[in-house]
Ligand binder design. Sequence first.
Ligand code: ADP
Ligand code: MG
Length: 329
Amino acid sequence: MALSEFEVIERYFSSVGERRRDVVLGVGDDAAILAPPAGHELVVSTDTLLEGVHFFEDVDPESLGHKSLAVNLSDIAAMGAQPAWVTLGLTLPSVNEAWLAAFSKGFSELAQRYSVQLVGGDTTRGPLAINVQVMGHVERGHAWRRSGAQPGDLIYVTGTLGDAGLALQLINRGNSLPEQLKDGLLERLQRPEPRLAMAQSLRGVVTAAIDLSDGLLSDLGHLLKASGAGAAINLDRLPLSSSFLQSKRVLRDEIPADEWQLLPLTAGDDYELCFTVTPACENEMVQLLSGSDVSLSRIGVIEEGAALRCLYEDGAPFDLQQKGYDHFR
Ligand code: ADP
Ligand code: MG
């Protein structure tokens, strides 16, 4: 016999993640009671993942549990905040216990790793949809915003770009790659790692930040608009993974050269951070990150105006429109 809604909650969602001392009341009442630290502001973000839009029907449920939390934690990282509590709105077509166990495991493992507790949610029947809301906190007045970049600030990104986008292309095209290569890229699409540790280390030096969910050009564009500034990006400085570069060699004849150039600029799902620092803080920043296992790349500089210019190392411009980039894609 299928479990009732309450049995589902009790079995799979009543003790997910870390048991936090600032959770006065968690799952089980009409609402949760939380105690944010004195002198801090609450930072809240939510994201919905829909089957057929954000993930494939046959996606591994454990990865899906991970990703639905990871994309929200990434937003908290981009605010320079510390995540603490999360709620989960789950719409399920039916009660599939194997699916629920795997989903809950993927979600819980990530929550545990970043000391986040699941404190409530909603469970309903319908086409599969996952809504996650993460709440965190940051010292009053110290959150990062998109609007803080000034001309002259240096633009940095964490990790590597375009891996998840490439994985998605490979799935859609049915391209064959050596298994090992494919697995590395798929991992980036299905199990993104929120850059929370890095964000915590950088707290004092960042002037503006955004996380990369829709592609570098689009997301950096949001940061520029909010800051009332433009930027120049050096295409030869975009960080690419060894899997990406190896795939490019193997699939040279199958994916056109312009596509390879556009992937790290326009593909979504990277969940890296893009942020700015003043040149005066650059050395301090490098020092703050000396122990980090995530790479950091300086990809450009903030400029006066409103344009986002893409240039090669030698100064030659890259014409996006001509290369098939469409702002509304
Ligand atoms: P109500 O009808 O009062 O809104 P519910 O029956 O929806 O309460 O939920 C009962 C309790 O279980 C609440 O504390 C709610 O936050 C929690 N809850 C429901 N669904 C989930 C879920 N998917 N994950 C975590 N907690 C959940
Ligand atoms: Mg109620």
